[in-house]
Write a protein that binds this ligand. Structure first.
Ligand code: GLV
Ligand code: MN
Ligand code: MN
Ligand code: MN
Length: 411
């Protein structure tokens, strides 16, 4: 019997379809969570699912579940997935690849009438990027009970739109969906993704077997000073929120400048208000994204960030909020070995690799046996419109995913 393989041409066609939603004209997309563009991408996928007779559900935070029935519908589903939202702007592979690869696995099983005992689902997690609404990996964090639903629904974007309202607006456009509760049980979870770094490409390895994901903490810092005239107010009388932000970030830059260059410290957004050239700014808000593979070190830097904010010499008020605090995770040996076996069965070389980027799989790992399949991306570029993965690697990753899912449903 010849081994089952995915339909590569169809996978690439789905990829092209998705790339049309929010396309920028520069090779990338602007498809923030719950925007019209992301809603259209979600609807297109749901329509394909409905045509194939797959059941479509949504949970209270807007994660979508596309289900191919199992022979035993009483069993917990085996899940695959990723996300359709993008950075602003983002590339055409981060997230969307894992969704279409998972969907291709469902379609392949359906084409060949391969029955599975447990149901199999593709999950489209809501707001993985965290580029519009904070924090990153929101949908999976709420699903896993690591972030409160109310907090997530109450998150605001830069234009003052509340996530709960945007979710309600998006859902009205998606057609009928069944409701599914938060935290429903999974038999296992497997996510395919581009590596977003250079290692696989450099080593000419088509399949990365992900061993785990480093820890991540995200913060929002707010500094309040006082508006004053730029031409008349001497330094001694200023409460300049921007200078306070500069002093604080300079301190944090030295705190996080470790010898081995393993701490990842990013201020990705900074707003200065009122935003007038001739007014001393009274309000600055900025984000911090902090990552490291070692939980204890991450916790220590976390504390140092609060200490630096408390002890900074400034006439301004500083508040720091931790919006996401997720320790490193290791993936399940059972999924790791299945990926290695199934890639070998397809004739593909593998290497074990740790993930520097974060993923929804991080929140699934404590809940069920979880793993990830990485494929190479050109020059390791991601969170950039130039993100690119070779069709051959996309197909290889989806075939590996098919093998893993087939193996795990038998297990
Ligand atoms: C998610 O995209 C991340 O920040 O790693
Ligand atoms: Mn992603
Ligand atoms: Mn991303
Ligand atoms: Mn990610």
């Amino acid at each position: 019997m010849t081994a089952l393989r995915i339909n590569g041409a169809r996978l690439l066609e789905r990829h092209k379809l998705m790339a049309g939603f929010g396309e920028t004209g520069n090779g990338g997309v602007i498809r923030p969570a719950l925007s019209d563009e992301e809603t259209s991408a979600r609807l297109a996928l749901l329509n394909l699912a409905r045509e194939r007779g797959f059941a479509c559900s949504v949970d209270p935070i807007g994660n979508l579940f596309i289900r191919r029935k199992g022979a035993d519908e009483g069993r917990a589903p085996l899940r695959m997935g990723s996300h359709l939202d993008s950075q602003i702007p983002g590339g055409n592979f981060d997230g969307v690849y894992g969704v279409i690869a998972g969907f291709e696995v469902l379609e392949t099983l359906e084409d060949h009438k391969v029955a599975s005992d447990a149901p199999i689902e593709v999950v489209v997690w809501n707001n993985e990027e965290g580029a519009r609404f904070s924090p990153t990996t929101m949908g999976s964090a709420v699903h896993a009970g690591q972030l409160s639903l109310d907090k997530a629904l109450g998150s605001f974007d830069q234009d003052g739109n509340r996530l709960g309202d945007e979710l309600a607006r998006s859902l009205t456009q998606l057609g009928p969906l069944k409701s599914i509760e938060l935290g429903s049980e999974s038999l296992a979870y497997v996510e395919a993704h581009i590596e977003q770094g250079p290692i696989l490409e450099q080593n000419e390895i088509p399949i990365g077997v992900v061993t785990g994901i480093q820890g991540i903490v995200q913060f929002e810092v707010r500094i309040t000073g006082e508006e004053a005239h730029a031409g008349t107010t001497p330094r001694s009388r200023r409460k300049d929120a921007f200078w306070a932000a500069l002093d604080l970030t300079a301190q944090l830059r030295s705190v996080t400048a470790d010898k081995d260059d393993a701490i990842r410290f990013t201020v990705g957004r900074l707003t200065v208000l009122p935003g007038s050239p001739n007014t001393v700014p009274a309000k600055v808000a900025f984000t911090i994204d902090l990552r490291h593979p070692d939980e204890a070190l991450l916790a220590s830097v976390h504390t140092q960030i609060y200490q630096a904010a408390e002890t900074l010499q400034t006439p301004c008020e500083i508040s720091v909020i931790t919006t996401l605090n997720s320790p490193p995770v290791c993936f399940a040996a059972k999924v790791i070995s299945s990926i290695e076996r199934q890639a070998a069965e397809v004739g593909l070389d593998t290497a074990r690799i740790a993930s520097g980027a974060t993923h929804d799989a991080k929140f699934m790992a404590p809940l069920c046996p979880t793993g990830m399949i990485f494929i190479p991306c050109r020059d390791g570029i991601s969170h950039n419109e130039n993100e690119w993965a070779d069709p051959e690697h996309m197909i290889a990753g989806a075939n590996t995913l098919l093998g893993v899912i087939t193996e795990l449903t038998r297990a």
